[in-house]
Design a protein around this ligand. Structure first.
Ligand code: SAH
Length: 214
């Protein structure tokens, strides 16, 4: 069988696995069925790309496991045309999933090597994603407010600057924790000064969110 058909088959199996694990949002599942995750991880691991597990990428970083991408995206309750700020572009896979769902994606990465790699793949695949080399702790003031903010690195607490850049009626999703596991935390901005916090009851393990660019 042709390689690309085999990989398509593996993607469909992955989608079934994610459904079994509780992912319900059809738009999330469709995006995962479509986006070729193997293009975002090192060459030679095309088949393993569709196992539900994380992978090492450049700069000592990781592309999150598909379940983590799926649950974060589902928790965001993405709507078409939502303006979203992603912090931690990494491989670019999560950003492409969001773009595939029709979001207006802005994404920040602190490691120049990963920023450049992600830009290359966005262009190659034809996605118009706004990507920046910068420190996510600063957010992206010039494009605020964002309907959604997604943090894909572990953070001890949510910086005020990011809360300020969240639209009223908007939602932020982030893995929050001091140790080596984090709790997926959801913050809804109810009004100018009111925020409502809830949690998803699984533990996650993300690479840490670090200050400054490199
Ligand atoms: N969303 C990524 C997974 C990212 S792993 C994907 O789909 O592949 C977390 C990423 O956050 C790493 O690439 C890391 O370099 C980046 N990161 C860590 N601290 C950051 C910061 N302060 N600002 C921007 N990116 C940061």
């Amino acid at each position: 069988m042709e390689e690309s058909l085999i990989l398509k088959g593996l993607r469909n199996i992955l989608v079934e696995r994610l459904k079994e694990k509780g992912i319900k949002d059809a738009n999330v599942l469709n995006a995962i069925a479509k986006v070729q995750r193997h293009l975002f991880i090192p060459k030679g691991f095309e088949k393993q790309a569709y196992e539900d597990r994380p992978f090492s990428i450049a700069g000592g970083q990781t592309i999150s496991q598909p379940f983590t991408v799926a649950i974060q995206t589902e928790l965001l309750q993405m709507q078409r045309f939502d303006k979203i700020l992603e912090i931690g572009t990494g491989s670019g896979y999560q950003a492409v999933i969001l773009a595939e769902m029709g979001a207006n994606v802005h994404t920040i990465e602190r490691l120049q090597e990963l920023y450049l790699g992600a830009r290359r793949i966005f262009r190659q695949l034809g996605y118009s994603i706004n990507s920046y080399w910068g420190d996510g702790y600063e957010g992206k003031e010039s494009f605020a407010p964002f309907k959604k903010i997604l943090i894909t690195a572990a953070i001890p607490q949510i910086p005020q600057k990011l809360l300020d850049q969240l639209a009223v009626g908007g939602r932020l999703v982030a893995p929050v924790g001091e140790g080596n596991t984090q709790v997926m935390t959801i913050i809804d901005r109810i009004s100018e000064n009111e925020f409502n916090t809830s949690r998803y009851n699984d533990l996650f393990r993300f690479v840490p969110m670090l200050k400054g660019t490199f």
